[in-house]
Design a binder for this molecule. Structure first.
Ligand code: ARG
Ligand code: ZN
Length: 876
């Protein structure tokens, strides 16, 4: 069944209050919901109340304290329809349901994880708890009473402020919570069990004292210290940057080990995948620390962008997600290094969102239809949504953006709104017409901008000619031209930035060129020497850019552009062109010699002490195999790409050997371990230098020595991956894998790394290794993190292994998807998206992938999640 944006209408009944009572039991939890409604003005007096359900059993139904007789309602496991309700007076409906958390393997609604009761309600999980108008535009204050066995569940948590509690009967106790802020059901949460806690407090700008609590498994409390620190920094930052204060007496985070996603922003009670809470130097990498900081911030920032102001319907998901990702990006950029953060964001966007936008699952940032909303928690909604928010900031400037946000918070606090409402705030405060700009929300596909420049020495002018094309995507064959804000600079041969007289023929404001037509040209005058065009600096627009520019000019940008992102982009473009040529050579059976200019540009940037180590490490991380595949675009042969990339890597390794030796020495730890960004940058640069040296030496010894010497997880995991990926058959590798496993046998999050590293080891033998690892006693097919660590890391992160030419890995993934789908449809559907780029593979592989997809499609009893993904992937 397809849900359409244009069918939106408000509910017939207004929900005033919610009062829930839970009697928790693993097999038989009793839920009593008391809901106060009144009929919305103007609604027909015969209209029934229609509530959503999902796998529910009704045990009681009362209207204003009286049992309803069967003639007045109809209950199925998916819906409760009640007729004959009062015309305008408020009334109370009491609904009794019984649910079984222990057998809930979907991890939606109320479920059990490691003996803890926990909920996940976004998007439509609340209807698995009780019958309810389970949609984001129904907001009400909630009172929640939890009754449970006291010994097993000393902790009873829900949203809002704690009201009180005490003994209930012989073995049970209770606790009551009240959340005064009206909220939609997707923000409801309940947690009960026996957990350890880390406590702190925060005083808001206006003097409110907030208790902060992070709940983790007993014994893991020390590993929550970094998360707590990140939380306090997030709270301060949102006050200083956006004027947003926290609004309850308590803010709680609970870390659980079985969770379908990263984390969830339930009001006052965030629930986290423990992967994004727990960290210490011994067990977490620098990337883990950075992720924890970003996700703690993300969920906290949702308190205003998501909770206080929420979505009218799920089509508006990017209203809260794109905006909140933008906010967490800004936070990390402020807390760490802005250019390094930007490079990481763009790498991620290109690796994840560009393939989505260019494949069968492409959809607009603000979609207009869906079959299964779970499948729209995508990188397009999140990351492209963030980019679109960032473009508004580029158009309006920092102050202009802040003014629009202020109006948004003031005007819409307490409401469930749309993207149009959001954009209107910026249009009004800035006086700009954002109509064309809004196409970024509505048109799917990554725009392609082609640009070239011509210098006229006699006129001392430079003309830049631009053209845009938005490719067709499913359901959208024709596209209108977009408003593409391109940050630019004209760089003179001596490395300075030219300040031309105003460009003509188009709209240039300051450093931004506004491309609004299909074709457009702009002439800059007052240029005595030919400048080099640096375009889309800072990745101001999420586009593919084909700029006709010589390698020499790119090398100059790489050397001189004051915008560090633009330098990284220029180096990446140079390397990518070489990697594409190398791939063609492998396929054509000819030899490829890496361009000396590319080697020289890379090595001189890497040796530049004025650049921070983290940035230099990003330069050395060559475009990935999938980056190369995307650049080639069609008939991809992952084996040829892998071989070509290895050749280029080795050539750079040979040429840069002394430089890499020097870096390894210079970047050695200069004190005790610290997870801060600068120290992490030194580790990153040292580790990537080690990678090149290992390639130059063709020996596992250096990696093994690094593994043995490591005193933190970043270095240890890096060395292990180097061994496993470059020297898979070396004795050193087997020893290291075994040692790692033994040492961390009791730590599931570290064991996940052990699985992932092996899953990503390249080559056609990967599948056999994966199958063997699935037989490992610690492989638990019910734990999403473990499944993603093995099957996910293989399907998404091992191009040669996953795309082996006989198609065997596709058949394996299909089997896994079908198997997992019976328990956890969301997890299955997510894994299946690994097949989304099948059409860009060479014929043989594409045919095998198509056959595997077709088999899934025909399988009986598919979930809505998997059937939606498989059908769209095949149709494309
Ligand atoms: N709102 C959560 C977040 O971004 C994610 C929820 C994902 N839900 C889902 N059904 N996939 O922080
Ligand atoms: Zn979010």
């Amino acid at each position: 069944e397809t849900i359409r944006l244009e069918d939106y209408r408000p509910t017939d009944f207004v929900l005033e209050r919610v009062d829930l009572t839970f009697e928790l039991d693993p097999a038989e939890t009793k839920v009593e919901a008391r809901l106060i409604f009144h009929r919305r003005e103007g609604v027909d007096s015969a209209a029934p109340l229609v509530l959503d359900g999902d796998e529910l059993t009704l045990t009681a139904l009362h209207l204003d304290q009286n049992e309803l007789d069967a003639a007045h309602y109809e209950a199925t496991d998916e819906q409760l329809v009640i007729r004959g309700l009062p015309e305008s007076a408020p009334f109370e409906i009491m609904i009794g349901t019984v649910i079984a958390p222990e057998s809930n393997t979907t991890l939606m609604g109320l479920y059990r994880t490691s003996n803890v009761y926990c909920t996940q309600c976004e998007a439509e999980g609340f209807r698995r708890i009780t019958y309810f108008p389970d949609r984001p535009d129904v907001l009400a204050p909630y009172t929640v009473t939890i009754v449970a066995d006291k010994a097993a569940n000393p902790l009873l948590l829900s949203n809002g402020n704690f009201l009180g509690g005490g003994n209930y009967d012989g073995t049970r106790h209770f606790a009551a919570w009240f959340d005064p802020h009206p909220k939609p059901s997707y923000l409801f949460a309940l947690v009960a069990g026996d957990l350890g806690v880390v406590e702190d407090s925060f005083t808001t700008a206006s003097g409110r004292e907030v208790a902060l609590k992070i709940y983790v498994e007993h014994g893991k409390e020390p590993r929550a210290a970094y998360a707590m620190d990140a939380l306090k920094r997030s709270m301060r930052w949102d006050e200083e940057r956006f004027g947003r204060e926290y609004d309850l007496d308590i803010f709680m985070i609970v870390a659980v080990s079985d969770f379908n996603m990263g984390a969830m922003e339930n009001k006052g009670l965030n629930v986290f995948n423990d992967k994004y809470v727990l960290a210490d130097p011994e067990t977490a990498t620098d990337q883990d620390y950075a992720n924890i900081e970003a996700i703690i911030a993300h969920e906290y920032f949702h308190n205003w962008t998501g909770n206080r102001i929420t979505c009218r319907d799920w089509f508006q998901l990017c209203l809260k997600e794109g905006l909140t990702v933008y906010r967490d990006h800004e936070f990390s950029a402020d807390e760490r290094s802005r250019p390094v953060k930007r490079v990481a964001e763009v790498r991620h966007l290109k690796a994840e969102q560009f393939p989505e936008d260019g494949g069968p699952l492409a959809h607009p940032v603000r979609p207009t239809r869906y079959r299964e909303i779970n499948n729209f928690y995508t990188t397009t909604v999140y990351e492209k949504g963030s980019e679109v928010t960032g473009m508004i900031a580029t158009l309006l400037g920092r102050e202009g953006f802040k003014a629009g946000m202020d109006l948004y918070f003031e005007r819409h606090d307490g409401q469930a709104v749309t993207i149009e409402d959001f954009v209107r705030c910026f249009a009004e405060t800035s006086g700009r017409d954002l109509t064309q700009f809004s196409l970024w929300y509505h048109q799917a596909g990554t725009p392609l901008v082609t640009a070239s420049s011509a210098y006229d020495a006699a006129r001392q002018s430079l003309t830049l000619t631009l053209e845009q094309m938005v490719p067709p995507t499913p359901g959208q064959s024709e596209k209108a031209p977009m408003h593409i804000p391109l940050r630019f600079a004209l760089i003179l041969p001596d490395g300075t930035v030219a300040t031309p007289s105003e460009g003509t023929g188009t709209d240039v404001t300051g450093e931004v060129l506004h491309l609004t037509e299909r074709q457009q040209s702009v002439t800059f005058t007052g240029l005595p020497a030919r400048p080099i065009v640096s375009l889309n600096r800072g990745f101001s627009a999420p586009i593919n850019l084909h700029l006709q520019q010589s390698a020499e000019d790119k090398a100059l940008i790489a050397r001189f552009d004051p915008d560090l992102f633009a330098r990284w982009q220029a180096l990446t473009d140079l390397a990518l062109a070489d990697l594409v040529a190398a791939t063609a050579a492998v396929k054509g059976g000819t030899t490829h010699t890496i361009s000396p200019l590319v080697v020289e540009a890379l090595l001189s940037a890497v040796g530049d002490d004025a650049l921070e180590p983290a940035f230099r490490a990003q330069i050395l991380a060559l475009p990935s195999e999938s980056d190369i595949a995307r650049e080639i675009g069609k008939s991809n042969d992952p084996d040829a790409i892998w071989t070509a990339r290895l050749g280029v890597l080795r050539a750079i390794a040979e040429a840069g050997r002394p430089a890499f030796e020097k870096l390894v020495a210079e970047m050695a730890a200069d004190g005790p371990f610290s997870p801060d960004a600068a120290s992490a940058g030194r580790r990153a640069l040292r580790n990537i230098a080690l990678t090149y040296l290992a390639h130059a030496e063709q020996s596992p010894l250096r990696a093994k020595a690094a593994f043995d010497a490591a005193d933190n997880m970043t270095d240890r995991a890096h060395a292990l991956a180097l061994l496993a990926h470059v020297f898979p058959d070396a004795g050193e590798t087997l020893v290291a894998l075994q040692a790692f496993r033994t040492r961390f046998a009791d730590n599931p999050l570290v064991l996940d790394k052990w699985f992932s590293i092996q899953a990503a080891a390249p080559g056609h033998g990967a599948l056999e290794r994966i199958k063997a690892l699935m037989g490992d006693p610690s492989f638990n097919p019910l734990n999403p993190n473990r499944v993603r660590a093995l099957v996910g890391a293989f399907a998404f992160g091992n191009p040669t292994g996953f795309n082996r030419p006989d198609g065997e890995s596709y058949r394996f993934l299909a089997d896994q998807v079908l198997e997992i789908d019976r328990r956890n449809p969301q997890l299955a559907a997510r894994l299946l998206t690994a097949m989304r780029s099948w059409r860009s593979l060479e014929e043989g592989r594409a045919a095998a992938a198509q056959a595997a997809l077709a088999r899934i499609k025909e399988a009986p009893g598919l979930s809505a999640d998997v059937s939606d993904i498989v059908e769209r992937t095949l149709k494309g």
